[in-house]
Design a protein around this ligand. Structure first.
Ligand code: NAG
Ligand code: NAG
Ligand code: NAG
Length: 243
């Protein structure tokens, strides 16, 4: 039975080959296969192996250009580049408009001048009752604060003052610079072995209010000071600054 079917199939294949070569119109040719209906109830299909690869065909026509894709997301900013070179100097600008007229200036206040210098052209001998030293020659008296009659400086402008005074021996003496009756500074000299002509000075800076008085006074006792036209005994003072 099996042999019969194999034989039958071989016959069919042979017939199929013959039909393919002789009467092609009766054969349904497909790629590597051949089919033939021999009876109403039997269909024989012969499938052959693939043939050799055909030659490569020509390149087809270029296709249509594709539509552009969507825009991608913006990337992160890059690093800042190096500073560029300095540019050239610009031209001079136009002259600006004139400024407004300023307010009138004011002169600085004239400093108050208080200064005096007085001298004595004669000697002076004192006792317990006569103490005030006066000066008969007024070298200067700016501001008029020195009173020639009393020998006292009377403050008219409050401020800081400088005073100086001198003494010269004719034996022995002690003199004071007094402010309102209080000793500020003093000079003391005493002759030994009959040596004469010793001179000395002292000075002070005093803060004075209006009405304060400054003068030179001899210590109570029998003293003597020497002077002549050489003006060895002097009393001077001036205002340093107002307060
Ligand atoms: C054989 O093939 C014919 C045509 O394709 C089909 O109409 C018929 O039914 C087939 N017969 C059998 C038994 O497969
Ligand atoms: C003191 O000196 C004055 C002036 O020189 C004189 O007038 C007076 O008599 C003297 N007084 C005494 C106590 O010496
Ligand atoms: C000097 O002092 C006397 C006595 O106090 C006074 O009478 C006189 O007016 C004073 N002189 C001046 C210039 O102030």
């Amino acid at each position: 039975m099996v042999r019969a079917r194999v034989l039958f199939a071989v016959l069919v294949l042979l017939g199929c080959w013959m039909l393919q070569t002789t009467s092609a119109h009766e054969v349904q040719l497909e790629e590597a296969s051949c089919s033939k209906q021999f009876r109403s109830d039997v269909n024989i299909t012969v499938v052959a192996g693939p043939g050799p690869a055909g030659q490569k065909g020509d390149m087809g026509p270029r296709g249509h250009k594709g539509t552009p894709g969507e825009r991608g997301e913006t990337g992160a900013p890059g690093e800042q580049g190096p500073v560029g070179p300095t540019g050239e100097k610009g031209d001079t600008g136009e002259l600006g408009p004139a400024g407004e007229t300023g307010t009138p200036g004011v002169s600085p206040p004239v400093p108050t001048l208080v200064a005096f210098s007085v001298a004595r052209t004669t000697g002076l001998t004192t006792n317990w009752s006569k103490k005030q030293v006066t000066y008969d020659d007024v070298l200067s008296n700016e501001g008029g604060a020195y009173n020639m009659t009393t020998g006292k400086f009377v403050t008219k402008v409050g401020g800081v003052y400088f005073f100086t005074f001198t003494g010269k021996t004719s034996g022995e003496y002690m003199i004071h610079l007094k402010k309102n009756g209080k000793i500020m500074v003093s000079i003391r000299e005493k002759i030994r072995d009959l040596v004469d002509n010793q001179a000395s000075s002292n000075s002070a800076i005093l803060e004075l209010d209006v009405g304060d008085e400054v003068w030179v006074e001899v210590f109570p006792g029998a003293y003597s000071l020497h002077s002549n036209d050489g003006r060895f005994l002097t009393f001077s003072g001036f205002l340093i600054s107002q307060m």
